[in-house]
Design a protein around this ligand. Structure first.
Ligand SMILES: *[C@@H]1O[C@H](CO)[C@@H](O)[C@H](O)[C@H]1NC(C)=O
Ligand SMILES: *[C@@H]1O[C@H](CO)[C@@H](O)[C@H](O)[C@H]1NC(C)=O
Length: 435
């Protein structure tokens, strides 16, 4: 019997069977993070992010270092699970496996390589069940951080390229192990790393260690297919290179666009606009400020042999465009607006609400009576606070129009969210009828 967890002989992380994988001395080197009394329910319920304010004491010599495996225990020292420690971040431990899971999957207990294999394997299996990849879609999210129980790790698949976005120190530490797992997935030939530098600095990772790593055999530009539409993507473009989260919402637009005049604001590489044309829209305008994004959008029109008479792109600020369109008394049957993240933190929620209201008020005015507005927010603070519908109502009042809500969606199903970690939900996509 291990002496690690005194008085708790019934729990798995203290049981003898763990000795089958790890030697006693190794286990004895694992520190134990004991939570304050009354602070452990959140984590027992599944939230993986143990913030330092919840920690009472850390038992173990020498003290754990960033990236080390630690046990997490409640106020009575009863283990809750194990995770990866960070000595700098406000998140002291990211819980990787809970006690009951360790009992069911003993091989993964306290073993990061095995755990990665299990979790990545489960993620691949889940996407297969969701039909990803398929004959018409080969761009999707394979690992969605907490939603796939790998907090801090995002992996997007674009054809035979896996793009790994790290936002946790442990991901950087176990790079080789992660890469080994990903490279074993069928059809993956290239792996690129896109570290989230600002977040990783807060995780205590030395910024000089953080470089984008692009597989030397992998071209910078690639082609993917989503919903049967081809896209040129830049693997050095925004975020991982392509936003797979709107896939189902884009597809929805293709279903309602027949014969319609469509405006796609903040269109990036034209996803909604292209789906509208595919769905039979007669006149589609995309607007964005980013030149590289618009170049991709135009390339996408050609790639899909779409009639350039029916789809055009303009480089302009969305607000400027909307105001001048209003002054020309122009209107659209369907308007889509997918602005960049306007509320990066809760602190700026109030001022961001005003920006969302103003943008949406203009978008509502540009929508014909009886027309549709698909409006999005990718600000976690807005989505989680649940205030978007109120903002939209404010925007409608400001515009002197009436709206009804037809559809409320988020990110596509390959972006799972753990309800015990609601901070994982960021995207809101609301379809309004505008009267
Ligand atoms: C499409 O709509 C725009 C904006 O209203 C207009 O300028 C353009 O002439 C239209 N194109 C066609 C082919 O109708
Ligand atoms: C603006 O357009 C609407 C129809 O779209 C029309 O009924 C109205 O008279 C126009 N107003 C002006 C000032 O041109």
């Amino acid at each position: 019997m291990l002496s690690l967890l005194p008085g708790e002989e019934s729990t798995y992380l203290s049981s003898d069977s763990i000795c089958n994988q790890e030697s006693n001395s190794e286990l004895a080197g694992i520190a134990k993070v004991v939570l304050k009394k009354g602070k452990s329910q959140l984590f027992k319920d599944g939230n993986p992010m143990v913030y330092s304010g919840a920690v009472d004491r850390i038992i173990g010599r020498p003290p754990p270092k960033t990236g080390d495996i630690v046990l997490v225990a409640d106020g009575t020292e009863k283990p809750i699970g194990w995770g990866l420690y960070n000595s700098v971040s406000m998140f002291c431990v990211r819980l990787m496996q809970f006690e009951d899971e360790a009992a069911r999957d003993s091989l993964s207990a306290l073993n990061i390589e095995k755990l990665l294999e299990t979790r990545i394997g489960a993620a691949v299996e889940l996407r297969r069940r969701l039909g990803l990849p398929s004959a018409h879609t080969n761009a999707y999210r394979l690992i969605n951080s907490e939603g796939d129980r790998l907090s801090g790790l995002i992996v997007d698949i674009f054809g035979d390229v896996a793009v790994i976005a790290s936002s946790a120190a442990w991901v950087e530490k176990y790079k080789a192990q992660i890469e080994a797992c990903i490279s074993r997935i069928n059809d993956i030939n290239h792996i690129n790393w896109r570290p989230s530098v600002d977040i990783l600095k807060e995780e205590g990772v030395d910024a000089s260690d953080l470089k984008e790593i692009h597989s030397s055999t992998c071209p910078e530009r690639s082609k993917i297919m989503e919903n049967g539409i081809l896209y040129a993507i830049s693997l050095k473009g925004q975020k991982t290179g392509f936003y797979a989260d709107q896939r189902e919402n884009r597809h929805f637009i293709s279903r309602i666009s027949d014969g319609q005049k469509v405006l796609d604001l903040c269109c990036y590489s034209g996803g909604f606009a292209l789906n509208a044309v595919r769905g039979g829209a007669v006149n589609v305008t995309g607007v964005d400020t980013s030149l590289p994004a618009l170049e991709l959008a135009k390339e996408n029109v050609a790639l899909n042999n779409m009639d350039p008479e029916r789809i055009s792109f303009l480089r302009e600020d969305a607000t400027v465009f909307m105001k001048s369109a209003l002054s020309r008394n122009e209107s659209w049957d369907i308007v889509i607006i997918d602005p960049p993240k306007l509320a990066p933190t809760k602190k700026v929620l109030h001022s961001a609400s005003g920006m969302y209201r103003n943008l949406n008020s203009l978008a509502i005015q540009l929508t014909k009576r009886g027309g549709l507005l698909m409006t999005c927010s990718c600000s976690g603070a807005v989505t989680q606070s649940g205030i978007l519908l109120r903002i939209l109502q404010g925007a409608a009042s400001m515009a002197g129009r009436k709206i009804t809500v037809l559809r409320q969606a988020g990110a596509a199903c390959d972006h799972p969210i753990d309800p015990s970690y609601p901070e994982g939900a960021y995207l809101s996509n609301i379809l309004l009828r505008v009267l």
